[in-house]
Structures are given as C-alpha cells and as structure tokens.
Design a binder for this molecule. Structure first.
Ligand code: SF4
Length: 324
C-alpha cells in the first residue's frame, strides 16, 4: 500500500478510493515528539522565526518513509512552498493541490480531476468513497451537536474527534466503530448547560492544556471552528460542493460567515481567536475582531507545550470579564 502524507486537509477521496494510506502530517507531529521535531528542523537549518508546524512537518517527513508528500500550495500557507522545495531537494516525491482562492468551481473541479488522474480512479469512484466517508462525517456532526446542545461532549473531546476527520486516523471504518463506542460511553453523562459558552477560532492549538484550563474555570468551548471544517459538516452530495463550502482555504470572508452564524446558533458569549506565531493568518484576525460582535481574546502560540503563566492570567481575566 502506497503511503502519502499531506500538509493540510484536501480531497482525500480519490486516494482512499485508489487504496492509498493517507496521513495528515499535522496530526502525527502534534501527537508525538513535537518539540524534538521542531528542534531537529532548526538543527537542519530551518529558521527560528518560521511557524513550528512547518518545522515539525519537515523533520517528521525527513525521518519517515512516505512514498509521496502532497502539499496544498494554494489555500493554506506560503511556507509550504519552501517546505516542499527543501523536501524535493532531498529526494522526496511531491504532489501538489491548489484550492482556487476565487472559489471558482471549474478550477476546483480541475484540481480534483488531476488527483483522480494520478490515482487512476473515476469521478464515480471518488463519489462512492465520499459517500462512505460521509457516513462517518454524519456521526461527527452528531458529536458536534452533543457538544453545544447538551454539553455531554467536552470542548477537548470535540477538538480531538473533529481533527481526526482530516485523515480518519488512517482507517475510517475503525474510527466509525470508535465513535459508536464513544456515543455509548457518554449516554449517561448529565446535560450540563451551565458555565460560559466559548468559541475557539483558528488552526488547532499547539498548546496542549488549553481546553483543560478553560474547563477548570467552568468555561466550555462549544464551537471549534476549523476543526469542524476539517470534519466537512455540510454533507453535500457532490464532492465539488463539499470542497467549495469548506471555508478554511479561502478568504477570511467565508470563515466569518460561518463564525457569525455559529455565534448565533450556539449562543456563544466570547471567542478565543488562536493564531500561530509567524503565521499570515494573524492578519485575518483583524477582521475577525472587527466583525465578530462579541468579545474576542487573541491568543498566540509558538512552540509546542503547555500554557505559560501570562497566558493563563489573560484567559482568567477574559473569563472574569465575561462572567461578571
Ligand atoms: S499555522 Fe500558519 S504559518 Fe503555520 S503552517 Fe499553518 S498556515 Fe502556515
């Protein structure tokens, strides 16, 4: 089985239909020896002032044996271009995918067709795989609903399950079984609608104890914006529509439409807008703050690790401000 690692969520359906094993490199990086990987990339010459996710992926790929690395070269991160160049230079085989920034459906269709051609699968086969994955995605929508409607699922659990949707942890059938068991295990949990209702915006945090800290202050994250996008919650019939509605790779305007809608539906009282050090998405945060209409705390993370004391203080002040 050929192994492919990818730099951010993209249409994995053609690869799964063709029998590839697909892995989201971010998930491997963050759940393993993340600090060691960042240091290893710096030791190999990657600059200190480059995003830790990029450095972590570089070191991870260098020590792994992926047959291909697929880089999303439009709709994610310009650092990916240089990441791919350095990898290609060391002999790694690279594939490319672009989300058209203007959301042109024809261009998106061409990009997906290019993947199908490489994989040797038809659109029907891609669609069939999409339907199979949508069965799991529908369960993730249920899990998300149990987060904001009854609060039986914590913000951290919500985060973990939804990020898993980017590559289905390499086995969507196993993931579906695990989800079914999880639902059974939480059946008797009480409905807890007390406490502060927060939304978490931005890429998944590099900080490991953020959710735990918030929960300990009776502040519940009932909306994980990008993680929910990774789980493709709209369940459209057509693969093009699915990746057209996915907000992450396009402009902040699409993200804001989704965020504003969810603020209302989920009755959010405040937002934590997470940004990564040295990431261009910090600029998007200006518009998020301008249009959110509810209090926003901007949090910046750099290297993998736990919350520092200053950030804890800022979070506590934000919670106090919202609860007083
Ligand atoms: S957090 Fe920002 S800079 Fe880092 S990989 Fe993602 S998009 Fe690129």
């Amino acid at each position: 089985m050929k192994k492919i690692g990818f730099t951010t969520s993209f249409p994995i359906e053609p690869f799964l239909a063709a029998g590839f094993q697909v892995t989201d490199l971010n998930n491997v990086f963050i759940s393993g020896r993340s600090n060691e990987l960042v240091q290893s990339a710096e030791f190999q010459g990657y600059p200190r002032n480059i995003c830790a996710w990029i450095k972590g992926m570089y070191a991870l790929i260098k020590e792994s044996d992926y047959d291909y690395i697929l880089g999303v070269i439009q709709g994610d991160c310009s650092n990916t271009h240089s990441l791919l160049s350095t990898l290609e230079d060391s002999g790694q085989k690279i594939l490319y995918f672009s989300f058209p920034y203007d959301r042109d459906r024809g261009a998106l269709n061409n990009e997906i067709a290019k993947l199908e051609k490489f994989c040797g699968v038809s659109r029907d086969e891609t669609q069939k795989m999409k339907q199979e994955l949508d069965r799991v995605r529908a369960k993730l929508v249920k899990l998300d609903n149990l987060t904001w409607q009854t609060c039986q699922v914590s913000g951290e659990e919500n985060h973990s399950w939804l990020v898993a949707a980017s590559d289905f942890n390499g086995d969507h059938i196993l993931l579906e079984d695990q989800l079914d068991n999880f639902f059974i295990s939480i059946e008797d949990r009480p409905h807890n609608k007390n406490g502060l209702r927060l939304g978490y915006l931005g890429v998944p945090p590099i900080i490991s104890d953020l959710y735990e800290f918030l929960e300990s202050r009776n502040a519940h994250v009932v909306f994980n914006e990008i993680q929910r996008q990774f789980a493709m919650p709209y369940l459209e019939n057509d693969i093009i529509e699915q990746y057209w509605k996915y907000t992450y790779p396009y402009s902040v305007k699409e993200r804001l439409t989704d965020i504003l809608e969810q603020i209302k539906i989920r009755k959010l009282q405040g937002l934590i807008s997470y940004t990564q050090s040295f990431c261009h998405r910090q600029i998007d945060n200006l518009l998020i703050r301008k249009y959110a209409g509810i209090p926003v705390l901007t949090l910046e993370g750099d290297n993998p690790g736990v919350l520092d004391e200053r950030t804890k203080l800022r979070l506590e002040s934000f919670i106090d401000m919202l609860t007083l």
